[in-house]
Design a protein around this ligand. Structure first.
Ligand code: NAI
Ligand code: MG
Length: 342
């Protein structure tokens, strides 16, 4: 029997709750499709940090990188100053494992309500640059605490990173037979913008079958609400992708309904719901496990279990209408999906 080696980082807040749901669903798919998952749990996140002061050691990183995939719940805890876990764990993993694509698909599942009357037209995959931009960690604070305090955040954009994300976007658009929209702010951020435009013009030429469009980020936010069908594959930078994917998630029934993948094709990659640790609902059983379960489906596709991935996505689609927020507990929703996937 084919066995896949999976690292699981349940993390903080609702992370462990939705991860339990994802593992339940994965078990059902593995049984049905005849493969096995060898799961290793990693105690990373707020509790470990508060206990030991450690966020992610070199040894953790080495061990994680030896699996085929990492399934992550969420990190972030009100007891820990902002940034320590998010930057020390999540951003560091993305950078050190060179997970340069953040894939965030949003589509309205049948039976799920949206605030948007035409949300059934929304079917977008956001391809977010995941290693640079404003999240590169560079910058400085001068004269802290004084009346002259100045904070600088640097946005790093390199040709290797920009060209590979644009290429990934074109390959995906070609595979899906869809258009590609570059989203940026080239009229103001003209230095980074030019780099993206150059990549679009040089690499786009290799994909004559893919229609290319461009929108500034502010207009893109507007159009995603008013004309969602304009967007299919969106390539964008780290910050814009972060924000636009939350907007898209909000339009397809809420952030609990979307999964994501942090990918380096052919290498260990990490799969996590788009949402965070939601400390406001942790322990209440109200967390929607769908995002974590759809992330698990993306993980299956990454390790070559295409049929299993499709089976899991269909199971989610079949019962999503019953999982509208507050209708079912995390456990009940997970059981329903696992049953549909069996
Ligand atoms: P959040 O995504 O945790 O929560 C935003 C809102 O959505 C909250 O009202 C929450 O209750 C709701 N929500 C989130 N997931 C849900 C689910 N599965 N089902 C139902 N409702 C859900 O974002 P927030 O509040 O900004 O951040 C909380 C913590 O998570 C912070 O420490 C933040 O840094 C961290 N974070 C971690 C991420 C990760 O690990 N990938 C991503 C985003 C935030
Ligand atoms: Mg975010």
């Amino acid at each position: 029997m084919k066995t896949h080696s999976l690292a699981v980082v349940p993390g903080d807040g609702i992370g462990p709750e939705v991860t339990e749901g994802a593992l339940m669903a994965l078990d059902a798919v593995a049984d049905a499709e005849g493969f096995a998952l060898e799961v290793t749990n990693y105690d990373l996140g707020a509790n470990r940090y508060l206990r030991t002061g450690q966020v992610l050691t070199d040894d953790d990183l080495q061990r994680l990188s030896e699996h085929q995939a990492v399934l992550l719940g969420a990190v972030g805890d009100p007891r820990v100053p902002p940034g320590i876990l998010e930057k020390g764990l999540l951003l560091r993993l993305r950078r050190e494992l060179d997970l340069y694509v953040n894939l965030r698909p949003s589509r309205l599942l049948s039976g799920v309500n949206s605030v948007l009357s035409n949300a059934d037209q929304l079917d977008v995959v956001i391809v977010r640059e995941n290693t640079e931009g404003l999240y590169c960690g560079r910058g400085e604070v001068t004269d802290p605490g004084s009346s002259k305090e100045q904070a600088t955040e640097v946005s790093l954009n390199t040709w290797p990173a920009v060209s590979r994300i644009v290429r990934y976007g074109y390959e995906l658009a070609a595979k899906r037979k869809q258009s590609l929209t570059l989203v940026h702010k080239t009229n103001v951020l003209e230095r980074a913008g030019s780099l993206y435009l150059r990549a679009i013009s040089e690499i786009g030429g290799e994909f004559p079958g893919v229609q290319t469009a461009y929108q500034h980020i502010d207009a893109a936010a507007l159009l995603m609400v008013t004309q969602p069908k304009r967007f299919r594959v969106v390539v964008t930078d780290n910050l814009f992708g972060d924000i636009l994917s939350d907007l898209a998630a909000g339009l397809v029934g809420g952030i609990g309904f979307v999964g994501s993948a942090n990918v380096h094709p052919g290498r260990v990659s990490m799969f996590e719901p788009v949402h965070g640790s939601a400390p406001d609902i942790a322990g209440t059983g109200l967390a929607n496990p769908v995002g974590a379960i759809l992330s698990a489906a993306m993980m299956l596709r990454h390790v070559g279990e295409e049929k299993g991935a499709t089976r899991l996505e269909r199971a989610v689609e079949a019962v999503a209408g019953k999982i509208a927020p507050d209708q079912l507990s995390t456990r009940e929703a997970s059981e329903l999906i696992a049953e549909a996937a069996s």
